[in-house]
Design a protein around this ligand. Structure first.
Ligand SMILES: C[S@@+](CC[C@H](N)C(=O)[O-])C[C@H]1O[C@@H](n2cnc3c(N)ncnc32)[C@H](O)[C@@H]1O
Length: 433
């Protein structure tokens, strides 16, 4: 199609034409369409929510109903009787990313393009999506840092066009879309400061969509419910749950493999990991905890009187700089807070671990970022590994099998399923070299 023709494209049909070209893995037509004034790699089918990425991927699924090769169903779904091959999808998906496609837009079936690729067993496509996700998230983080340096206002971001809730469009200076990154919660569910955090649309355990706006300040002021198998905040978010005990045990075993070590744990919660650390007879055991109700309970349980234990009451952001000043050094550091975003974890390991950890020591954290969706977990695991490396830390991940928590009824009475995967990647970090 000549450029002159492109200018005359009927805006009403552009979306369908782009979706169809993506479905057909027709890169030349896509190129022409995306150059048109109304062309975008992020159009969405009004009926299915499919983006061109979804369309290109789903074309690899044999469509039993569409036996006529010319048939179009107008939904961005595969229009072929026979599925197209994966290599064509890889090329098309790459092309769409080069043209600003958003890696994690949801279709109306609650699937991102990565979820779809995974479900269809398209490993090569899936890897391309994960790589694009990593690039977008790193870029977003850099832009946030840059904005902070420049004293920017986060609200401006939210006013820029093309956003969906919980997501932020990444743009170059000239306004061209470079991709999109989520502002995802950590695995325990929520973000830090209200003004930095868009509202999150969450699907509760019983499948109801609701808007969640939780932040550290609200959490720390909220009432908590302690039960044998869980600690819930006032909105029934799972702060900590007993099903994580196996993760805590294996983490503590790796971080503190012998007796007499100097241990720091940030976030006491149900005291599971601290109990395990105690069973290893640490030389010293520092615990930082910010929530008054957790601190109260710690006192009732006598944590403040245990030999060798120091309980620091307050947010780690206020406590840790003092520990650094006092030259406190630890052989094992574990970090597992709640209602804080990835930026908080990153700040902890980038700014403070270097001052707190012995040269031969080990650092670990609860690796739950994006754990309600495999593709997000895969993206964030890579992002955190890269950021840790930049902070001078080498990370090893060990896999821990997680049982079917839904089947076991773990989410009953909990607002949000913050874990949906069958494998936990347990990180242990040591200084590079
Ligand atoms: C997920 S729980 C920790 C669970 C713990 N690993 C266990 O084994 O039971 C998170 C804990 O971090 C605490 N917390 C949240 N934000 C904090 C902060 N900024 N500084 C210190 N503690 C914080 C919460 O009150 C909560 O007790």
């Amino acid at each position: 199609m000549a450029t002159a023709d492109v200018m005359e494209i009927d805006t009403d049909t552009t979306t369908q034409e782009i979706l169809l070209a993506a479905t057909n893995h027709d890169i030349p037509t896509l190129r022409t369409l995306l150059r048109s004034p109304t062309g975008s790699a992020n159009v969405q089918d009004p009926d299915t929510g499919f983006t061109p990425l979804h369309a290109a991927i789903s074309a690899c699924e044999p469509d039993e109903e569409a036996s006529d090769p010319q048939e179009t169903n107008g939904e961005g779904d595969a229009v072929h009787g026979a599925a197209l091959d994966e290599d064509g999808a890889v090329q098309t998906v790459k092309f769409l990313f080069e043209n600003g496609a958003i890696w994690n837009d949801l279709g109306f079936q609650d699937e991102t393009p990565g979820c779809l690729a995974l479900r269809l067993g398209l490993r090569k496509v899936y890897d391309v999506v994960v790589e694009a996700g990593v690039r977008a998230e790193l870029l977003l983080a850099r832009m946030d840092e840059f904005e902070l340096l420049m004293g920017g206002d986060d609200e401006e971001d939210e006013d820029e066009g093309g956003e969906v809730e919980g997501f932020e469009v990444v743009q170059a200076e000239d306004g061209e879309e470079l991709g999109q990154a989520t502002l995802e919660p950590n695995g325990d569910g929520v973000k830090e400061d209200g003004d930095e955090v868009p509202q999150l649309v969450e699907v509760s355990a019983d499948g109801v969509e609701e808007t969640l706006d939780v932040n550290s300040a609200d959490y720390l002021a909220s009432a908590l419910t302690f039960k044998d198998d869980r600690l819930l905040d006032a909105d029934k978010n799972g702060v900590m749950m007993a099903w994580e005990t196996d993760i805590m045990q294996k983490t503590a075993d790796l971080l503190a493999p012998e007796e007499g070590l100097r241990v720091l744990n940030v976030g006491h919660g149900m005291g599971i990991v601290d109990g395990i650390f105690q069973s290893k007879n640490p030389g010293t055991h520092h615990i930082i905890e910010a929530h008054p109700a957790v601190i109260q309970r710690m006192k009732e349980e006598g944590w403040d009187k245990k030999p060798g234990v120091t309980v620091h009451e307050g947010r780690w952001q206020d406590i840790v700089p003092k520990l650094v000043e006092q030259n406190e050094v630890f052989d094992a550091i574990y970090f597992d807070t709640f209602a804080e975003d990835y930026a908080a974890l990153k700040e902890f390991f980038s700014e403070y671990v270097i001052g707190l950890l012995d040269q031969e020591g080990r650092f670990g954290f609860f690796n739950g970022l994006g754990a309600d969706r495999q593709v997000c977990y895969d993206v964030y695991t890579k992002v955190v590994e890269m950021d840790l490396f930049e902070a001078g830390l080498d990370t090893e991940f060990q896999e821990i099998a997680i049982p079917d928590l839904q089947e076991k009824g773990e989410w009953e009475g909990v607002r949000r399923k913050y874990w949906a995967l069958d494998t936990y990647r347990m990180p242990t970090c040591k200084f590079v070299g």
